[in-house]
Ligand binder design. Structure first.
Ligand code: GLC
Length: 435
């Protein structure tokens, strides 16, 4: 397939491909693999660091780490339950780790035995989850690590790995990775996203990144590919601005860019506690309210929220995560229209009472005022350049009167009894236009 000559993010098809992603605003990240059955513990020791880095955190040689193959048996894994948990929380897509840094593959791969078929579980997790996602109307996406601590041809070798490097060939590793990507797109596609990671090592170059981007796009024309396929991500802030680098969207990690980045698509991935992979001892959970504020904050800046769960060794999403997702789902059923399909706050300032999202419409746009504090009684907002024609409070029958102020408008927000974030919908007579 000929690839457009332009740089990846500016080809003419980009906006069409991005449409579902911009509409979705909210997705689920799932870190699941061999490490999930260890839960952060190795030889009785609770290792410091994130759960999915177990091999590195414990400096565990491949020959020892292999013990986990025998232990991987997530008998409670229920693909429909995972997909439904995402759906019910108001998430439109999910991104599962087909392969994390330890190289272990969650599907039945023709190219390696370092896969789920070598475990007592012997069930193809990608197959089951892609089917469940189709049934529940959730877009199925995969995370795939470029860095691989297991494959004999991957370089550089981590310091704790004492295997001989005689005859090692990084190009052969790249061929293996491409064959696997071909395999997963063919077997489990079409995919929403191929979400790369582990691109930071010196063996991975801009040329290789661009080549991989093009290879994957040739497998499925409308697939989205994140910016970690290439070298332009700019650390944890994750936003690629230089158009020479490949990647359809930026990937801030554990942070929300203070002002978003107009003109560039991005998605903040964040954990609910502090680990991506399951870690039994990590109980530092953020509250449902904090997670919800993050979702709204991100949407108000024009980004997506990829919220992580780390299912445990039995294949279950931890109860603490499920509780939070249920709370978010309750809010989303009432207020989801203020998130899905919205664009960033059009004003130059962020209001002290909360956040603003906007929906483009005809004859006029809609503003959504997200009021964070349950004690706030009245909110003001600047003149949006079009007159408000009506206001309503989502999930209630209250229609607040909108009054003029010197610089814009003001309205009362009713007390809805609960301590939840309230959303006022303001329909405008025309398009927003803010000087
Ligand atoms: C990182 C980590 C990794 C995690 C990921 C999520 O780069 O290496 O463990 O999967 O970010 O964004």
């Amino acid at each position: 397939m000929p690839f457009p000559d332009t740089t990846p993010r500016t080809d003419s098809d980009h906006d069409r491909r991005m449409r579902w992603f911009r509409e979705a605003r909210f997705g689920m990240f799932i870190h699941f693999g061999l490490y999930s059955s260890a839960g952060g513990v190795w030889n009785g020791r609770d290792l410091p660091g994130v759960g999915e880095w177990l091999m590195s955190n414990g400096r565990i040689p491949v020959s020892e780490y292999q013990q986990l193959l025998e232990r991987f048996n997530p008998v409670a894994f229920d693909a429909d339950a995972w997909a439904k948990t995402a759906k019910d929380a108001g998430m439109r897509y999910l991104v599962l780790t087909s392969k994390h840094h330890d190289g272990f593959c969650l599907w039945d791969s023709d190219h390696t035995d370092w896969d789920v078929m070598s475990t007592p579980f012997r069930r193809d997790i990608l197959q089951e989850l892609s089917g469940a996602c189709r049934r529940h109307g959730v877009k199925f996406c995969l995370y795939h690590s470029i860095m691989d601590w297991h494959h004999p041809d991957y370089l550089p070798r981590p310091g704790w790995d004492k295997r001989s490097t005689d005859g090692v060939d990084f190009d052969r590793y790249v061929a293996y990775m491409k064959n696997q990507l071909k395999e997963i797109v063919r077997k489990y596609g079409p995919l929403g996203i191929l979400w790369f990671d582990g691109e930071w090592e010196p063996t991975w170059t801009h040329e290789r990144g661009l080549d991989l981007y093009r290879t994957v796009r040739s497998l499925q024309r409308d697939i989205l590919i994140n910016n970690r396929v290439d070298k332009g991500r700019n650390g944890m802030q994750g936003l690629t601005t230089d158009e020479r680098y490949a990647g359809d969207f930026g990937t801030p990690e554990q942070e929300i860019p203070p002002t978003g980045l107009p003109g560039v698509d991005w998605e903040s991935c964040m954990t609910m506690n502090t680990s991506w992979g399951y870690k039994a001892s990590d109980t530092r959970w953020k509250s449902s309210d904090e997670l919800l504020r993050n979702l709204i904050d991100i949407a108000s800046k024009g980004g997506n929220y990829l919220l992580n769960v780390g299912p445990d060794g039995r294949g279950e999403i931890p109860a603490a995560s499920r509780d939070r997702l249920r709370d978010i789902g309750v809010w989303m059923r009432r207020n989801g229209q203020a998130i899905h399909g919205t664009v960033a706050n059009p004003f130059k300032t962020v209001p002290a009472w909360g956040r603003v999202t906007r929906k483009e419409g005809r004859p006029g746009d809609t503003l959504y005022l997200h009021v964070f504090d349950s004690k706030t009684k009245r909110v003001a907002f600047p003149h949006p350049g079009a007159t408000p024609v009506r206001a309503s409070v989502l999930g209630s029958s209250v229609k607040p009167a909108v009054s003029n102020t010197a610089s814009g408008f003001e309205l009362d927000v009713p007390d809805l009894g609960a301590s939840t974030i309230r959303v006022v919908k303001v329909d405008l007579a025309g398009k927003v236009s803010v000087a």
